[in-house]
Design a protein around this ligand. Structure first.
Ligand code: IMP
Ligand code: MG
Length: 179
C-alpha cells in the first residue's frame, strides 16, 4: 500500500471484478447498437479504458474535460468545459463515464449540455457514488460502488494530481492534506 494511504477501500481485484460486471450489463443493454463512451477527464480515464475492454460489442470512445475542483477537496460548484467532444453526438447512444459522483454539480451541468445536442440516448455510469452527498438529483443508470462521504484517491482519482496511477482506491492519511 502507498505510504500516504491509511486504508484501502477497494482492492485492484474488487475494482476489476466490478468493472467486468458493469461491462457485461452495458453490453447486454446496448446489444445491436453502437455505443459512444464519453469519459470525463481526467479522473475517469482509467475507468473508461478498463470498461471499454469489458464491453463485448461495438464501442467508440471520446473525452470531455471539465473543471470543478482545482486541487482542493471541496466542490466549487463552478463547472466549465476545458475540452469538448471531438464527435458529433446527434442521434448517438451516449454513455457518460464518470469516476465519482459527489455533489452532482459537474454531471448536472454536463448532462444538460450534452442533452442539448440531441443524442438518441444519454445515460451515466459512475464508478463511485458518495451516499447522501448529492445536492442535485442525478439519474445514474450504472453505479460501481456506493461509498460513504470520505475523500478517496487512486484508480484515476487524485489529490492535487497525485495518486491517479494507484490500481486500488484508498483513503489518505490526514497529515497528507497539511503538506
Ligand atoms: P461533483 O461535481 O461534486 O459531483 O464532483 C465530481 C468531481 O469531483 C469528480 O469527477 C472528481 O473529479 C471530484 N471528486 C469528488 N469527490 C472526490 C474524491 O473523493 N476524490 C477525488 N476526487 C473527487
Ligand atoms: Mg472527475
Amino acid at each position: 500500500m502507498h505510504p500516504d494511504l491509511k486504508e484501502i477501500v477497494y482492492t485492484e481485484e474488487q475494482i476489476q471484478q466490478r468493472v467486468r460486471e458493469l461491462g457485461a450489463e452495458i453490453a447486454a443493454e446496448y446489444e445491436g447498437r453502437s455505443l459512444l463512451l464519453v469519459g470525463v477527464l481526467r479522473g475517469a480515464a482509467l475507468f473508461v479504458a478498463d470498461l471499454a475492454r469489458a464491453i463485448d460489442g461495438p464501442v467508440e470512445i471520446d473525452f470531455m474535460a471539465v473543471s470543478s475542483y482545482g486541487s482542493s477537496t471541496k466542490s466549487s460548484g463552478v463547472v466549465r468545459i476545458i475540452k469538448d467532444l471531438d464527435e458529433v453526438i446527434d442521434g448517438r447512444d451516449v454513455l457518460v463515464v464518470e469516476d465519482i459522483l459527489d455533489t452532482g454539480l459537474t454531471l448536472k451541468y454536463l448532462l444538460r449540455n450534452l442533452a442539448s445536442r440531441k443524442p438518441r440516448s444519454l445515460e451515466v455510469v459512475t464508478l463511485l457514488s458518495k451516499e447522501g452527498k448529492q445536492r442535485v438529483p442525478i439519474d445514474c443508470k450504472y453505479t460501481g460502488f456506493a461509498i460513504p462521504d470520505e475523500f478517496v484517491v487512486g484508480y484515476g482519482l487524485d489529490y492535487a494530481e497525485k495518486y491517479r496511477n494507484l490500481p486500488y482506491i484508498g483513503i489518505l492519511k490526514p497529515e497528507v492534506y497539511t503538506n
